[in-house]
Design a protein. Sequence first.
Length: 571
Amino acid sequence: MALGKVQSLIVAKLIAMGRLTAEQRDSIAARPQDLNGDALDRLLQEDFKVTAFQCLVAKGRALGLAPFNVARYRISSQTFERIPQEFCQENLVLPVGQVGDLLLVAFANPFEVTLPAKIQEMTGKRVVRLLAREKDIKEKFSRANDRSSGFDDVVQQIGAEYGMPGEGDAIKDADVNEESGPIIQLANRIIEDAYFASASDIHVEPQEKDVIVRYRVDGMCQEKLRLPVKVGPALVARLKIMCNLDISERRLPQDGRIVFKQYTKKNLDLDLRVSTAPLNHGEGVVMRILDKQKSTLPLTALGFSEENLAKYRECIRQPYGMILHCGPTGSGKSMTLYSALNEINTPDIVIRTAEDPIEYTLAGINQMQMHRQIGLTFAMALRSFLRQDPDIILVGEIRDVETAEIAVEAALTGHLLISTLHTNDAPSTIARLTDMDIEPFMISSSILCVCAQRLMRRVCKQCRIQYEPKGREKEILEKAIGWSGPIFKHNTKGCPKCNGSGYRGRVGIHELMVTNEELIEGINKKMETAELKKIAMKGGMKTLHQDSLLKVKDGLSTMEEAISTVPPDLG
């Protein structure tokens, strides 16, 4: 017999449903080929005119699962609220409803036994398994990726209230109605959608004829939505209300914070750091998403090479001195600092942090939020910390001379001080501090290490393409790391796992300059940045460019991404 146990049960159920006769069953069983899975479905549909849904019903009855017609299910912005879309896509499951503490999930593979437990752990809900066709689930995902987002209904309402993009020129004060239903809904939906898309920032940018909403995902900005020009002031006013800013002041930049829990019934514990600015076509807003549910990563997961990780761990375990992290906004400095603090946080040491804003709340660490309006600055916080018996102090950023002076003083008086600075690479941090009028001998005797970092997109492991570098690419590899061999490039078409981009997630690249005798001497002699860089490299420092190419060698990223993130070293 060519039928297995499950296949026989499915055929028996179709006979019970009156869709097959006993003779047809015998003719199926008599077939010489093995009829497992799809082969049986194809045969039933093509030769015996059983519909796809009837096959699904029979299969469900055979396995004791309720069938679910995913083809008729409509995906909305709430669908992936509890289970991330990536996870669903990877495991071919689809959450289709919720009843009390039960979560209804459609499965393509009924024999996957570990998945329900994983989903239950992830959501805290008991999972009720439904059976769906694999083809239907895959189609839903391709449509979910194709459609712009779950904004269609809100945009239609806004269109009815304000006119579609490009309509109407003059903006009157009467048009700014931040309390209207669709505007409140739109503001919430933009934030929720950006969060579920794993965006780090949301940009609301007024143009001449419309308002553009863009998300930054994995370091790259992508357009998400275009709205009628008249919606701009109302949307900005709504966002300002959410962070208690002055809505009547449209001529000056303002900074605020949205505690999103207050505005949504969904289980989303996230804050947004908001910055508004007057632009040529109206006020623009940029919001940085701070996910409070996201825990810090261990140091080992941040992309440090083994050599750099060993050196960095040694530095953070020193009793006193200064550790500085430098790089632009969004280069992962905060995450590295938090991971370092988490690693050294034990009950026998006191850690104080001064932050603006507090991005992640860490257990067992005393964190202080800055308030410049009332005079609580980094310098003031740092002064107060020195009287509070700390072992380790974290200062969010060294922005001015006063903070720099107190930070160096703290590092020289028995405290381990960790902070960030905006410079391009590790050696230029020394010049930045001397520009702040800090004496070179103070810098050299306080600094333990400077870590410059960037984030580089990871190439998707599922669809990356291997090739042999030639010409200029080969030359760059050989010059920087003395190696050449097969590397990977991203697939321009991408795959479902990386949402068609060819890249998925990001990895850190680091330039770790640890002080040694020669470097201390160089700093004291007020040597140029280029000279300090040579001394550091002689002492074993890998530059950002070299570290980025080591990630390319290991197949974590691509040459294209490495060169666009950090330019090649000179000389």
